[in-house]
Design a protein around this ligand. Sequence first.
Ligand code: NAP
Length: 241
Amino acid sequence: MRLSNKTILITGGTSGIGYTLGVELLKKNNKVILLGRDSAKLIYARNEGFQTIQCDLSKQHDIEKAALEIQNEFPDLDVLFNNAGVQYNYLFTSTVIPLDKIQKEITINLTGQILLTQLLIPILSNSQNALIVNTTSGLGAFPKSDGLVYSASKSGMRNFSQGLKYSLKETGISVIEFIPPVTATNMTLGRDEEKMEVEELIRIIIPQLEKGRELVTTFKMRIFLWIAFLFPDLANKILSK
Ligand SMILES: NC(=O)c1ccc[n+]([C@@H]2O[C@H](COP(=O)([O-])OP(=O)(O)OC[C@H]3O[C@@H](n4cnc5c(N)ncnc54)[C@H](OP(=O)(O)O)[C@@H]3O)[C@@H](O)[C@H]2O)c1
């Protein structure tokens, strides 16, 4: 599917991977709608040529309102990127965490986007060639100990993405899973590890999205997933270093 002259919604579009993806898709002559919470970031995005929708994905009412807005203002929606995410890092077993913080992380990363997807499928069904892209994570395959809830939410998103693909097989809606590597964004600020620049990541993934690859990711991540699949003990050793 050529990603041009399409109407595209990106959740978590106001910064990081979502924003840079949006910039590239604007250049390719698409109508790009960024969904986020932060008013200042949304105003900035409108000045840059984006359409915007304010929505906190941890709130069901906001999600319903956003879906109605999309139905009324963008009934020609072709592509949905479920990309918003938060990652709270703490040691689950040795830290007392307010339960609403745990709930919020799962809701933003998983439940909120499942609800949004459910509400948008009827709108996407009107497109000849619709696409849903779900951003997951390598941690959804192999959890890390200081990000258990994040890892579990991304694992849920991977499973949801796979199931959605089966469920929509007979329709015109394709489903793709997108796994970013560790990328230099707000989410990874202060983390002392090798990170990919977000512009480089977007350059790599757009051709893969256009080819309709079922899994969109970097070569290194693809190799890692294969190793993890064939030799899970070795993958555990690499990750626990
Ligand atoms: N960076 C990495 O290394 C990495 C690796 C693997 C997977 N990922 C995944 O890639 C996706 C993008 O992450 P990123 O690295 O670009 O992080 P980021 O720069 O922190 O962006 C996160 C985005 O999520 C939005 N968001 C957070 N809470 C929200 C809420 N309650 N309602 C609506 N939007 C909300 C933020 O919007 P507002 O600021 O407007 O609230 C922001 O635009 C996430 O799903 C993340 O899990 C990232």
